[in-house]
Design a protein around this ligand. Structure first.
Ligand SMILES: [Zn+2]
Length: 357
């Protein structure tokens, strides 16, 4: 269908993983039924009401749609509520764009190009935070991986690196990669040796973490390049590899460590300007200062290790002089929804025409 093809928005300017697409079908027979029978409106009035209608973000994006909305993977879907066929069904395409430095320019450019008339596109905004966005990203990643095929581990690694460092052409780098290993040579970045990709230890740790997180609902524990791991095994690995120390996580309690690590990973969507997180600091989170919690580690980490887990920042803060890793809890993130109503408007018109005649 070339017609449908033309309708696709050009999202190529957005870094990978920053735009999520949703499609929801709506049954116009059901909508007209609600307006004309239940609300007793004349068809003409119903039509003008319907034309103005835009579903809520929840209706457009949540998996369990309710009448008159539904989701279908079928090529020739029918309304699950009234059985209506294709000509009665319209689709809403929704694009959720993560706000932030890496997407703002591309988003403005996209909005300028969209047709303005008749509310063919509607823009909505929602406040969210880095943690929610991260889990949304993980969900989407999980849906697109085939856990029965072991190469998913490499795919997940590639997706994670693309999210972390969007300016690199990972597709090309991964073309021949058949194995991902922890490097014992390099301390930052990555290097490829034929079919093997070597990651600096902390990058490798994060790849393992992503694999754990994305597979834990499919497996008992999580599946990773290092094999099947329970949460305790995972955290132990992160501790001994020096990863926890590197990111300034001093907690001992398993659950607390996990929370902190997740927050750290969730914040990485802003790392594109600073691929390896070497210049951690105020610049990256300046817009989010209110929710940022700084705690020290670094130079006095030996002392910290001896402390009990809860006793934290105050005593250390005053002493820290050396550059310190910054611990981020959550950052506010604005989500921008672009809702494509074109199909809905067209179908509503043609359905109304058949009603009125
Ligand atoms: Zn229906």
């Amino acid at each position: 269908m070339p017609e449908a093809k033309q309708r696709e928005l050009d999202l190529s300017e957005f870094p990978p993983g920053t735009v999520t697409e949703y499609t929801t079908l709506v049954c116009l027979a059901c909508i007209f039924d609600i307006f004309t029978r239940q609300l007793n409106l004349a068809p003409r009035t119903a039509f003008s009401e319907i034309k103005r209608h835009t579903p809520t973000i929840a209706e457009l994006t949540s998996p369990g749609a309710m009448r008159p909305y539904f989701d279908s993977e079928e090529k020739h879907p029918h309304c699950p509520y009234c059985g209506s066929a294709k000509r009665w069904l319209a689709r809403f395409d929704t694009y959720c764009i993560e706000g932030g430095k890496t997407t703002d320019a591309a988003r403005r450019q996209l909005l300028r190009k969209l047709p303005k008339a008749e509310d063919q596109f509607v823009m909505l905004e929602k406040k969210s935070d880095s943690r929610a966005v991260f889990f949304e990203w993980l969900d989407t990643l999980g849906l697109n991986l085939d856990f029965d095929d072991e190469t998913w581990l490499i795919d997940a690694t590639r997706q994670y690196l693309a999210r972390r460092e969007p300016k690199t052409n990972w597709g090309e780098i991964f073309e021949e990669v058949q194995a991902v290993r922890r490097s014992s040579r390099i301390s930052e970045g990555w290097e490829r040796d034929g079919a093997r990709l070597f990651l600096a230890p902390h990058l490798y740790s994060e790849a393992i973490l992503i694999q754990y997180l994305v597979s834990r609902s499919h497996a008992h524990g999580g599946l990773t390049l290092d094999g099947r791991l329970t949460l305790m095994e995972l955290v132990r690995r992160l501790r001994y590899s020096g990863y926890l120390e590197r990111i300034g996580v001093n907690e001992q309690d398993l659950g607390e460590v996990f929370e902190r690590v997740v927050d750290h990973l969730a914040a990485t969507h802003e790392w594109s300007s600073d691929p390896y997180g070497t210049a951690r600091g105020s610049e990256r989170v300046s817009g989010a200062a209110k929710k940022t919690v700084r705690t020290g580690s670094g130079s006095d980490r030996v002392e910290v290790a001896k402390q009990s887990s809860k006793k934290s920042s105050k005593s250390r803060k005053s002493k820290t002089a050396a550059p310190e890793p910054e611990v981020i809890t959550t950052e506010p993130v604005k989500l921008h929804y672009v809702i494509d109503r074109r199909d809905f408007l067209e179908k509503a018109k043609s359905v109304y025409a058949s009603y009125a005649s």
